[in-house]
Design a protein. Structure first.
Length: 84
């Protein structure tokens, strides 16, 4: 399956279980994880990244992403599981 089979080029979001999932959500999640885990980042950057991660989690759970992938970082997995 190709990305355009899931979300055509001209479409920017999809409804999954009543949630709007925007194109780029997985990429935004990965970028936010990098900022959140960066030991040289400021507290403000890490806090903003964590807020972004938390806002993305419902949509990514609705997609089923975490039914097939787990985080290697236990702290990230706790955040994903809602245990933060």
């Amino acid at each position: 399956m190709k990305p355009q089979d899931i979300l055509p080029d001209q479409q920017n979001d999809v409804q999954v279980n009543g949630l709007t999932v925007r194109k780029g959500s997985v990429g935004a999640f990965l970028a936010s994880v990098r900022d959140w885990q960066d030991p040289t980042g400021s507290d403000a950057t890490r806090a903003a990244a964590e807020a972004d991660l938390c806002s993305l989690l419902p949509a990514l759970h609705a997609l089923g992403l975490f039914q097939v992938l787990t985080a290697r970082d236990p702290a990230l997995q706790q955040l994903i599981d809602g245990e933060h």
